[in-house]
Design a protein around this ligand. Structure first.
Ligand code: ADP
Length: 378
C-alpha cells in the first residue's frame, strides 16, 4: 500500500507566503505533514509549517533536493524552477500541478497560444519580441510582459502614440483592450483521477491605482447564460490542461455578454479566499484533496460573502499596525486573516477580511464599513 496522508506522507510546498499559510491551516485538519521551501526566514509559513526550509525556489538544485525529500510536491506561487520539477516528476515524485502546466502558465504568450489551440475564448492578441514591433495603428492595446509579471506589474495600457515610449522593451503579449462589464473568476479543481468541481462564480473589483483586487463579491451578479458558459469554459480548460490541483480562471464578461478568459493561476488564488468561511469546502482544502487524489469536497455556498484585501496604506512603511481592528472584529460576520508579515509597505497584501451574511447587499454594506475603518499603517 502507498503512503497515507495522515500517517507518513510528506507534502512539499514551494513558496511560503499567505497562500501557503492558508493551505497549512487546512492541512492541519487532515494531519498532513507539510514541508515548505521559501527564501525568507520570516515568510508567513515559517512558524507554522511542519518543516520549513530556507532556500531559493527558482534554483534548480535547491528545488530538486527539497523535492527529493517529499512524496507529493505542490506550489503556492508559479515562479519556480520547472526544470527541477520535470526531473523530479521523471524520478517518480508526484508533482501537482504538473511541470508542463507550470511552463505554460509562467509565460503569458504560451497561455494565450494554449487558449487559441483549444478553442478557449480569449481576446485577440499577437506576440512580440521587443517594442519596435509595436505600431501606432494597433493602439489602443494592452501590453503584457510574457514572463515575471504579477498583481498588475508587467501590464500596461497603451492608448496613444506618446504612450509607446513607456512600452516594455521585452517579449510581450499585445492584446486588444476588452470593453468589459465585469471581471469574474471561476475557481475549479481536478484531482488525479479526473474528477472536476467548480466553486460558484465570483465578481472582482480592482483598485485602479494598485491594479489589485479590492473587493470580491460572492456570488457574482451574472445572468444564467454567463454562469453556465463561464463554467463550461473553465471545465473545458482544466480538462484540456490535464490539470491536477486548484485552478483559478480569471475572465472578462463583455458588455455584449461574451465570456473571455483573461488568465489563469495554477494554485489557490485571491479570488477564492472567501471559500474559507462561505463554502462547504475551501479552495485550500480542495487543493489538498486534489493533489492527494481523494474525493473532492462539496463547493456549495453556505453564505454570501464579500472579501476585502488588506493592503498596506500608501506611503506607510515599517512595523505594521492595524488601525481600528477591534471595531472591525465587532462587526457581525467579519472574519479577519492577518498573514503574519511584520513589515508593511504601499499596497503590500497584508491580510484580508471576509464578511459573511445571508444577504449579499448587507455583506456589501458591512464590507464598506470595514474598508473605511481598517487601515494598515506603520
Ligand atoms: P496580472 O497577471 O498582473 O494580474 P492581468 O493579465 O490579470 O495581470 O491584468 C491585470 C488587470 O488589467 C486585469 O485584471 C484587468 O483589469 C486589466 N486587463 C488585462 N488585460 C486586459 C485587456 N485585454 N483589456 C482590458 N483590460 C485588461
Amino acid at each position: 500500500m502507498g503512503k497515507v496522508f495522515y500517517r507518513d506522507l510528506k507534502l512539499g510546498v514551494l513558496g511560503g507566503g499567505q497562500l501557503g499559510r492558508m493551505l497549512i491551516q487546512e492541512a492541519i485538519n487532515f494531519d498532513v505533514f507539510v514541508a515548505v521551501l521559501d527564501p525568507s526566514p520570516i515568510a508567513p509559513c515559517a512558524k507554522i509549517a511542519s518543516e520549513f526550509v530556507i532556500g531559493d525556489i527558482q534554483d534548480f538544485n535547491t528545488v530538486y533536493e527539497f523535492g527529493k525529500s517529499v512524496d507529493v510536491l505542490t506550489i503556492e506561487i508559479e515562479h519556480v524552477n520547472v526544470d527541477a520539477l520535470e526531473k523530479l516528476e521523471k524520478e517518480g515524485v508526484k508533482v501537482y500541478p504538473k511541470p508542463s502546466n507550470l511552463r505554460t502558465v509562467q509565460d503569458k504568450g504560451l497561455q494565450k497560444e494554449f487558449y487559441e489551440a483549444h478553442g478557449i475564448p480569449t481576446s485577440s492578441f499577437k506576440l512580440i519580441d521587443n517594442k519596435s514591433e509595436l505600431s501606432p495603428n494597433e493602439l489602443p492595446c494592452v501590453q503584457k510582459l510574457r514572463k515575471g509579471g504579477y498583481d498588475g506589474k508587467g501590464v500596461i495600457v497603451l492608448k496613444e502614440q506618446a504612450d509607446l515610449s513607456n512600452a516594455f522593451d521585452a517579449p510581450c503579449v499585445v492584446e486588444e483592450v476588452v470593453d468589459f462589464e465585469k471581471e469574474i473568476a471561476v475557481i475549479i479543481a481536478r484531482n488525479e483521477s479526473g474528477d472536476v468541481k467548480s466553486f460558484p462564480i465570483v465578481e472582482l473589483e480592482f483598485n485602479p491605482e494598485a491594479n489589485l483586487v479590492e473587493y470580491l463579491f460572492a456570488p457574482a451578479n451574472v445572468s444564467e447564460d454567463v454562469n453556465i458558459h463561464a463554467n463550461e469554459i473553465a471545465e473545458k480548460l482544466i480538462n484540456a490542461l490535464d490539470f491536477v490541483g486548484i485552478l483559478a480562471v480569471e475572465m472578462f464578461v463583455t458588455k455584449t455578454g461574451e465570456v473571455l478568459v483573461n488568465e489563469i493561476a495554477p494554485r489557490p488564488h485571491n479570488s477564492g479566499h472567501h471559500t474559507i468561511e462561505a463554502n462547504i469546502t475551501s479552495q485550500y482544502e480542495q487543493h489538498i484533496r486534489s493533489v492527494l487524489d481523494v474525493p473532492l469536497g462539496a463547493t456549495d455556498a453556505i453564505s454570501a460573502a464579500v472579501m476585502i484585501n488588506l493592503l498596506g496604506e500608501k506611503e506607510f512603511e515599517g512595523d505594521v499596525f492595524y488601525e481600528n481592528l477591534n471595531e472591525v472584529l465587532a462587526i457581525k460576520g467579519s472574519k479577519i486573516h492577518i498573514y503574519g508579515k511584520k513589515q508593511t509597505k504601499s499596497f503590500r497584501k497584508m491580510g484580508h477580511v471576509t464578511v459573511v451574511d445571508q444577504d449579499l447587499e448587507k455583506a456589501k454594506q458591512k464590507a464598506k464599513e470595514v474598508k473605511s475603518l481598517l487601515k494598515v499603517k506603520a
